[in-house]
Design a protein around this ligand. Structure first.
Ligand code: EPU
Length: 421
């Protein structure tokens, strides 16, 4: 069977403008959230990625009319049927777990396959389940492949999350928005995507306050109406292009961003020595030489995003001394390390920390184990001398709109090829 690979000949200088798409991690929650409405909803500014296509197809499995027109999605949930959601599609992305909160809020019941997603080590959903149970749901986990969640009544509750979780915070908000009475989520995630989902729910008539702080209040309402909502820009896509520009950019303009959302990365890149000019909704990034070594520790927002520790790592080979990356959200998120070693990178990871020493990267055949590892290998391939071939690129297409053509337009020597698996 043939598979597509991405090939890069490193060492080109990039210049030009990149337009950032709508946020993947908002979109993948807001598309399921449309189920909560009883009237048509339009979403603008969706990224053109395979995760969006998979979720649209899951909506269709529920007999929802969903029409994706470029970056706009028209959803008509008036004929919705609460069907059991198939395992194969649900398994292909983590965010299918948002179907649980949305269907529970709408029907007080759902049957759904177990969520998959990037292999980043253990990714439990116990906090989601804790939240659903607190709202009155019973969970049947007797099947090895699917889960049944059911409530006679959904009643608001005070829920203290044991772990700050983006997914659990959003999933509980979805279900609670149509529960009876008031829910308070304490120790809630503060990520901009949580705020975007809350704004979308409120645009349909929900009563969510406090999103963006660690205490979110949701007063349930019996019905949600139609609305039109624009997705916020993707801070992780923006951050990835910032790393790309810092690796090989003469002058790269990154447009359609909210600079505040990428500030933890901006600050770190400036520490490294990268030239960055920040505008109202754009920035100009330019590589510099030499870079200084830096230490990075991933944290929940507004700390340094775990999703950007892999894309920034190749830049650390360009520093004058050793750098350290400590991963606190997913301590096993280091599958890019052996691939970078194949590219002559002096990198090791142990006990949740990677040590990166100055190296001259060379092209190699490498494997994208997950989405952000794939982005990391693209950054590395752009820096490396010679040709890099990246396998398993389906992960990259899950999260980056048309990345190969975008980089080509900036001047990268990058292309796809079909090879025998
Ligand atoms: N966790 C639990 N129990 C839970 C939920 C989470 O132990 O019930 C743990 C996780 O294992 C992890 C930590 O809590 O160690 C944080 O997980 P969180 O729930 O916040 O992650 P998520 O919602 O599953 C989202 C993004 C990820 C991003 C993380 C952290 C989506 C669809 N995914 O995942 O994005 O890394 O938040 O910011 O929104 C990516 O885009 O590449 C990606 C993996």
């Amino acid at each position: 069977m043939a598979q597509e690979v991405i090939k890069i000949k490193g060492g080109q200088t990039l210049k030009g403008k990149v337009e950032i798409s709508g946020a993947k991690n908002s979109s993948v929650a807001i598309i399921p959230a449309t189920i909560l409405a009883e009237e048509p909803v339009t979403l603008d500014g969706l990224p053109k990625i395979s995760d969006v296509e998979t979720l649209v197809s899951l909506l269709e499995d529920l007999n929802i009319k969903a029409e994706l027109d470029d970056t706009t999605l028209h959803v008509d949930p008036t004929e919705i049927q609460n069907a059991a959601l198939p395992n194969n599609k649900v398994e292909s992305l983590r965010a299918s777990y948002y179907m649980m909160g949305a269907l529970l809020g709408r029907f007080k019941k759902c049957v759904i396959g177990l969520p998959g997603g990037c292999p980043l080590g253990p990714r439990p959903i116990d906090q989601h389940i804790k939240g659903f149970k607190a709202l009155g749901a019973k969970i049947d986990e007797s099947s090895a492949t699917s889960m049944k969640i059911e409530a006679d009544r959904l009643v608001g509750a005070n829920i203290y999350l044991d772990i700050v979780s983006v997914g659990a915070t959003i999933n509980i908000m979805l279900a609670a928005s149509r529960a009876e009475g008031q829910t308070i989520i304490e120790n809630a995630a503060k990520e901009p995507e949580v705020v975007d989902v809350a704004n979308f729910l409120n645009s349909m008539g929900a009563r969510v306050t406090g999103a963006g702080t660690s205490s979110i209040k949701i007063v349930g309402v019996p019905h949600l109406h139609g609305s039109r909502h624009s997705i916020i820009p993707d801070r992780i896509e923006a951050g990835t292009y910032m790393c790309i520009a810092a690796a090989s950019g003469e002058q790269v303009v990154i447009d359609n961003i909210i600079p505040k959302h990428v500030e933890p990365l901006t600050v770190k890149l400036k520490e490294l020595g990268v030239n960055i000019d920040v505008g109202d909704d754009f920035m100009v990034v330019q590589r510099a030489h030499p870079y200084h070594s830096v230490d990075i520790k991933t944290l929940v927002y507004p700390g340094f995003a775990t999703d950007l520790q892999q894309p920034i790592t190749p830049l650390l080979f360009l520093a004058e001394g050793p750098s350290f990356v400590k991963e606190t959200i997913y301590p096993e998120r280091f599958k890019h390390v052996p691939e970078l070693q194949k590219m002559n990178g002096a990198i090791d990871a142990d006990l949740g920390t990677a040590t990166i020493k100055p190296s001259h990267l060379t092209g190699a055949e490498v494997y994208a184990s997950d989405l952000r590892a794939g982005a990391c290998l693209i950054v590395a391939g752009l820096i490396a001398e010679g040709e890099t071939t990246i396998y398993n690129v389906k992960h990259i297409y899950r999260g980056y709109t048309d990345i190969v053509n975008t980089l080509k337009k900036l001047g990268a020597d990058i292309w796809t090829e079909s090879v025998d698996a």
